[in-house]
Design a protein around this ligand. Sequence first.
Ligand SMILES: NC(=O)C1=CN([C@@H]2O[C@H](COP(=O)(O)OP(=O)(O)OC[C@H]3O[C@@H](n4cnc5c(N)ncnc54)[C@H](OP(=O)(O)O)[C@@H]3O)[C@@H](O)[C@H]2O)C=CC1
Ligand SMILES: CC(=O)[C@@H](O)[C@H](O)COP(=O)(O)O
Ligand SMILES: [Mn+2]
Length: 409
Amino acid sequence: MAGVSVRTVAVLGSTGSIGTQALEVVAAHPDRFRVVALSAGGNTALLAEQAAATRAPLVAAARGSADELREAVAAASGDPSYRPEVVVGDEAATTAAGCGADVVLNGITGSIGLRPTLAALGAGSVLALANKESLIVGGPLVKDAAAPGQIVPVDSEHSAIAQSLRGGRAEEVRRLVVTASGGPFRGRSRAELTDVTPEQALAHPNFSMGRVITTNSATLVNKGLEVIEAHLLFDVPFDRIDVVVHPQQQIHSMVEFHDGSTIAQLGPPRMLVPIALGLSWPERLEDVDVPCDWSLAQSWEFHPLDDDAFPAVRLARRVGEAGGTFPAVYNAANEVCVDAFHDGAIGFLDIVDTVERVVEAHHDEQAHNGSELDASSVESVLAADRWARERARELLGGAPTDQTQGGRR
Ligand SMILES: NC(=O)C1=CN([C@@H]2O[C@H](COP(=O)(O)OP(=O)(O)OC[C@H]3O[C@@H](n4cnc5c(N)ncnc54)[C@H](OP(=O)(O)O)[C@@H]3O)[C@@H](O)[C@H]2O)C=CC1
Ligand SMILES: CC(=O)[C@@H](O)[C@H](O)COP(=O)(O)O
Ligand SMILES: [Mn+2]
């Protein structure tokens, strides 16, 4: 196609659900994208295959050794002329993020993605943001680091809102309506959630995603994070962001305008379109996914959220309104509790109950110690993240640790 330039792309979390789908999109559009950096956690074998397939000049891994990764890449490519720069360790993803690619897709899970997010923004790259946690924990820090339009949401709901916002001016927006699947336990009472298992929690009705986000969908913490994410991305106050349960997930979210019109974005529940838009925004690529099939009879349902059975969104609104380090605390405590649930150490209801107790403890801590736990620097945000992890572990009966950001979670 004449006049279309090739965008260089760095994919962080390349071995995960988002990362592998991003590489599918890139592979389907070799005339539009060239991979210049890949970054993963510890899946060296898959990372090496991806490096060989894309011939990325920079390959980064959080765990393992540089020699092992170099050998794996050499074995996977079989081409001695392909010798990428290899970076391994806690800072590897941040190095890859700061490589100066046109677009950095952050598909890392968790608040560990904060430094890479800031590095991508600092390098002037467009940040295609799937790693919602980095925006939520960084809050104003991340927003202040971003030029207008520099962050393109990849999260499906926020991509849907960004697409719907093209239908009107910012001052004409009355409400954002974030859709939720309701997760695998939709319709259950709190009492009926007592004995649910990790395996049941990982059975998302529509999406195949990583363990943390899938568990968060089951507790509705994902929706809580997404309400805060919507507030930060679109500058809409919390009392004008609604959540509606829509089990079919064909409508990915909506914007209500002040004339009474609502614009929604629709499509099958898959991530290819939001990922492709993250890479190519504001343009649309061709034939990224199949559209809805209107020849089929189908019914779509909408239900109010049950805040008593699933209090995570209500709590997220509270921490979002409180601002400062509260969103970081909510997220970090949740990351610890999700691991504990999958380790069999706590039950499903203990996840959000414990997050709430850590948030309350942070409230008390702030009352005594306000300025030390502010959110004005990366260090203070990460200190709050560590504090919340320690409090959560204490509440769960484990010894407090002083693990630092970047350490194994
Ligand atoms: N999956 C989805 O459909 C959606 C995901 N999101 C968001 O996107 C993000 C990724 O989710 P998902 O792809 O499902 O998660 P996955 O668990 O599938 O993937 C996580 C990725 O992060 C990598 N990783 C882990 N630790 C590090 C580290 N220290 N440095 C660099 N990379 C690391 C993993 O590498 P390795 O495997 O090699 O250890 C893996 O590539 C999350 O924030 C999630 O909330 C948002 C909307 C939809
Ligand atoms: C695909 C995506 O964006 C996920 O965040 C997904 O929407 C999870 O859905 P629920 O959290 O609504 O179950
Ligand atoms: Mn989402």
